[in-house]
Design a protein around this ligand. Structure first.
Ligand code: ATP
Ligand code: MG
Length: 578
């Protein structure tokens, strides 16, 4: 492609609303343009990257035996009513009516449509396993679309669905997809971890997220420094026996309880600074509303409540901190002064394991501007039970071995999920087994965020000058820069190289613009094409051009007539199957 003909309008300035690197470079490099919040045009450069990602996904899923389909984005409400999700899904689901008043939604995911497809035509165990996938637009009316392609409202997803005769067979399908995902993300050139993930309302199932490690990631994950254990912090288990006891809490329980004045100090940090005691000697009392009922949940001051664990424990569909008025009614004090001692008007009082046996702790006094010190669990208050209720954190013991958990930020680019019979039962997607009995199919679902991969790859691969594409995803393999457009030998050599690379089947962008060398280099760095070949007046006199990898490393002088074979060799090495 000739750059003079190519539509890649670069920007000199960072767009104002761009908070993360990928968003900035995608806008500045002329990859994308914003149409509305969370809705973007993909220009030719971005479209090329998307096609590369899709190509890798297709190859690996086809190899794993999945079959590509293309399902409608517009879905009738009836299907969602059958699964029960029409009522349940909430405002992320964009609903609308057609001219006759019939209700529809724009698909945020396709379980309903695919189950409808399969139940119509698949009747026998002989047709299973079946795995169907598509690469298509999804729409989710995200409450906070952000970071460009990272969290869009309209985005491209690969979604796959497997149908099996039994749980054992479905778990085999799951493993097959898990391994395909590993190959896909490796070929995308991403540094990723597959982490155990929350399975939501469908208990007892299996789920892994594929997380790209990046400081800008929204997800917190922990992974063991000694074994293969890795999990989303929402999911990470904690080893009960190894709950560390803080020195302060190990002193004998000699202090008696005293009421102290803590004017205006509501947060642990504020009270900790005021009383000069470490956060780990505090017990946080959280007044939680779970499906309308109030509970007091205690965690140590330096720990954070894991509301997913709490939700599971209570069997609740919705948990959140109670509002000001309900806290006041339950504790007799404003928010920030709740404590476990004395009267609390709640359905139950639960605590994290780390609170068990704490002595001489600081707690809220259930009275405005007051706390209690010298409080001991068991002596001064009793809870209904101790449970694993907190978020894992850096430095916690690994639940599987003697190692230590380290925490990372991640961007979720893929998700594999064992579904069981949730949808097949609700929507009567059944098959006749060998004995002629009618049984629900056992399902799995598998998503990959195609456009999110583009953003995640940039978050992980960039420098201060622009994008550094992993070769597997790059919009072009080679960027040819003739440095002086007024020197005929330079232009001629560039044209010759352009034709030779194109004939060799290599994606090449030729910067044939009449620009200064400096600005060509700058744009080349911004666009991030993996190899750059610069042709200058001096070098070409001796028949040489300059080959430089975008990822860094030295520029090499190479003979013009060897440039194509050198690029071929490098591409082969970079793209060899993972
Ligand atoms: P998140 O927790 O980030 O909202 P999710 O759990 O809702 O993700 P899934 O329903 O599992 O996501 O969707 C499959 C994949 O689609 C995700 O792993 C992610 O890569 C991608 N994805 C989800 N929501 C978005 C979005 N708003 N914009 C871009 N990609 C997305
Ligand atoms: Mg989501």
């Amino acid at each position: 492609m000739r750059q003079t003909r190519f539509h890649a309008p670069t920007l000199k300035e960072d767009p104002k609303d761009a908070e993360v690197v990928s968003h900035r470079y995608l806008m500045r490099g002329g990859y994308i343009r914003k149409v509305a919040a969370g809705i973007y045009d993909l220009l030719p450069l971005a479209t090329r990257v998307v096609r590369r990602i899709e190509g890798i996904i297709r190859e690996e899923l086809n190899r794993a035996g999945a079959q590509e389909v293309y399902l409608p984005a517009v879905q009738p409400a009836e299907l969602w009513q059958e699964s029960g999700r029409w009522a349940f899904y909430g405002p992320e689901l964009l609903r609308f009516k057609d001219r006759k008043g019939a209700e529809f939604c724009l698909g945020p995911t396709h379980e309903e449509v695919i189950v409808d497809l399969v139940r119509r035509d698949v009747r026998s165990w002989r047709a299973l396993p079946l795995n169907l996938y598509q690469i298509q637009i999804k729409f989710r009316d995200e409450i906070r679309p952000r970071a460009g392609l990272m969290r869009g409202r309209e985005f491209i997803m690969k979604d796959a669905y497997s149908f099996d005769v039994s749980e054992a067979a479905a778990l085999e399908s799951y493993d097959l997809m898990y391994r395909a995902y590993e190959r896909i993300f490796r070929r995308c050139g991403l540094d990723f971890r597959a982490v155990e993930a929350d399975t939501g309302a469908i208990g007892g199932s299996r789920s892994h997220e594929f997380q790209v490690l990046a400081t800008s990631g929204e997800d917190a994950i922990v992974s063991c420094d000694a074994c293969a254990y890795a999990a989303n912090v929402e999911q990470a288990e904690l080893r009960r026996s190894e709950q560390p006891s803080e020195p302060d809490a190990q002193r004998p329980s000699d202090e008696s309880t005293a009421r102290v004045h803590t004017p205006g100090a509501r947060t642990i940090d504020e009270v900790s600074a005021l009383l000069k005691r470490p956060a780990s000697s505090f017990i946080k009392t959280l007044i939680i509303e779970a499906d309308g009922k109030l509970h007091a949940v205690l965690v140590r001051g330096d720990h954070a409540l894991n509301d997913i664990k709490l939700k599971k424990l209570l069997g609740a569909t919705e948990v959140h901190l109670a509002d000001e008025a309900r806290v006041q009614a339950a504790t007799g004090a404003p928010v920030g002064f709740a404590g476990p001692v004395g009267r609390l008007d709640v359905a139950s009082m639960l605590a994290d394991h780390a609170v068990s046996g704490m002595v001489n702790a600081v707690v809220g006094a259930n009275e405005s501007d007051h706390h209690l010190v010298g409080v001991s669990e068991g002596r001064d208050f009793k809870v209904q039970g101790f449970h694993d209720l907190r978020l894992a954190a850096d430095g916690d013991a690994c639940p599987r071995c003697d190692g230590t958990l380290r925490s990372f930020s991640g961007i979720e680019v893929g998700h594999v999920f064992y579904l069981g019979t949730k949808y097949s039962q609700a929507m009567k997607c059944t098959f006749l087994d060998e004995a002629g009995e009618d049984r629900p199919m056992v399902m799995g679902c598998y998503g990959i965020g195609v456009t999110r991969i583009m953003a995640a790859a940039i978050e992980q691969n960039h420098d201060e000058n622009g994008i550094v594409w992993p070769p597997g995803l790059a919009p072009f393999a080679v960027h040819v820069l003739p440095l002086q457009m007024n020197v005929p030998e330079v232009v001629e050599a560039a044209e010759q190289l352009y034709v030779a690379l194109t004939e060799a089947g290599i994606d090449v962008l030729l910067d044939d613009r009449d620009e200064r060398a400096g600005s060509k280099f700058k744009d080349a760095d911004l666009l991030g094409i993996p190899w750059r070949i610069a042709i200058g007046a001096r070098g070409i006199k001796d028949g040489n051009v300059e080959l430089k990898p975008r990822r860094g490393g030295d520029a090499e002088l190479v003979p013009l007539d060897q440039a194509v074979s050198m690029i071929q060799a490098r591409l082969r090495a970079a793209l060899s199957p993972a």
